[in-house]
Design a protein around this ligand. Sequence first.
Ligand code: A3P
Length: 325
Amino acid sequence: MYSSRLIESASGAQKFQLQCKGLNGLGPEWVPLQQDWSNRWCTLTERFTEEFVKRIHDFKTRSSDVFVVTFIKSGTTWMQELAWLLLNQIDLNGARNSDLLQRSPFLEESGLHPVALDSIATCDKIQSNPRLIKSHLPAQLLPQEIWTQDRKVIYVARNPRDVVVSTFHYFTGLKISNCSLDDFVDYFIADKVVFTTYWTHVIDFYRMRNEENVFFVTYEEMKRDLENVVRRLSRFLGCQQLSDSEMEKLVNHLSFKNMKGSNFVNYTALQEYTNLNDNFQFMRRGIVGSYKDELSSDSQNKINKWTESFLQEYGIAESDIFGHL
Ligand code: A3P
């Protein structure tokens, strides 16, 4: 079912790309998308052993589970905090006093870097109900039961230019990468950065946005009208609609300034990242369009061309997904 191939990554370290197909070569038939999956490769680290991938595939879900799925640096943390609060009766005190990663663990974290406890086992053992589980995996590599049992998935997409810029700063801050931003763009487009290919990740969820168990939203929409996203998400999760005062408190809590100031959601001080660049900031700018004053016009043009050529096959314009940036 899985095939893999070795590649050289942006950091020069060996990574591999993983592909998942159904038995008939087309599939995987459990994902609600009928398509040829032969171009769906996902770049991962060598820690993603066959056994690890299979454990994720076979991960036992529960009917109340909610998954937050994103391509990296797309507003995952922001959405996790929002979804956790909606699922926990806007327990702002709880959110202010415990690590988000404990309230909403990261399914494949052990596949990225060593963590004290096996992340799949951690997710398996969560006592709280409902569970809110984070993942950056593309649709075809997620636990199969998400699709066969219609588990709720919240998907956040963010425009590729801001994702590249944010990922570049993140990886540079973590000393995973030390190249220039222009070089990083080349690696990103060539699928040499972990979790790429970016576009197949986003487009597959965009095309599933009307599935009953999928809530599709963009970072850009969250920035434009967070209250409306809160209302939509609240309906999707089957939560009670909020009073005006609850909404006001929630939106204030979710502001960039407030989240940046909290060590429970701002991972800048995370202990597991011991070898950080001095100027590392997890909560960096928190805006739409940081690429405009950070990416060279050459890199912007490369991303535009790559995007247009990818989306052509689907008859979709980038602005259909993200609006005009
Ligand atoms: P920037 O690097 O562009 O600032 P993820 O959680 O998926 O890793 O995404 C991180 C990105 O989301 C960072 O983007 C971070 O600043 C931004 N972010 C986190 N919380 C936010 C908030 N409350 N409002 C706006 N952006 C936020």
